[in-house]
Design a protein around this ligand. Sequence first.
Ligand code: 4EZ
Length: 232
Amino acid sequence: MSKIAIMGAMPEEVEPIVAKLDNLQTMTYGANTYYEGVYHGQEVVVAYSKIGKVFATLTATMLIEKFGCDTLLFSGVAGAISDELKIGDLIIADGLCQHDLDITAFGHPYGFVPEGEVCIPTDVNLRKIAKEVAASKGLTLREGVIATGDQFVANAERKDWIGSEFKADALEMEGASVAVVCSALEVPFFILRAISDSADMDASFNFDEFLESSAKISADFILSMVDAIHSK
Ligand code: 4EZ
């Protein structure tokens, strides 16, 4: 049977998922706790990586190489770039880029290094399942580019630059790491985020207020996706 990895960056992003697992077993490895369990008959492994690209790379790699997961779903919160995205809204990534990757001094575009790609696409089939789940729940899902970097963006100028350079609709700090790992290891992956703030001067204040509620919106949707994947 398949084993689905469910990853977040912060405890608040995975707790609503861990709370719903049966046969829960925990394992600590490489300074992360991994929660192995069953959701409605589907085997899953859940973990939060800690914040940022490096930690996220480690955890995504472990979930695949050590725990044998064959699909990876990310659940969490993000800052909005698009004006159409409000706090609590859901966005799925069609592709992910690294907004802080810069070897432009050599004539390369932002986000590009040799043998890499600026924007890594997510699995089309998982996106399709997400749209079916959203339709069945009467929820609106936005689909767009999510930009990742090792910065909590709380600055309208920086946010607008990321939006125009990468055509990105939202930003966060882990998604592109998961994309790099999963595409290299050929594991289908999916990145979902619920908006917690607008990456502007109110971002840290809004983030603190809405982290928990937005993380829960994302987590609930991910669990419905596990049901949908399991029943296919
Ligand atoms: C990172 N995550 C934020 C972690 C913040 C504070 C203790 C998502 C996120 C984000 N990332 C929400 N809003 C953001 C923003 N404005 N900039 C970057 O994935 C930890």
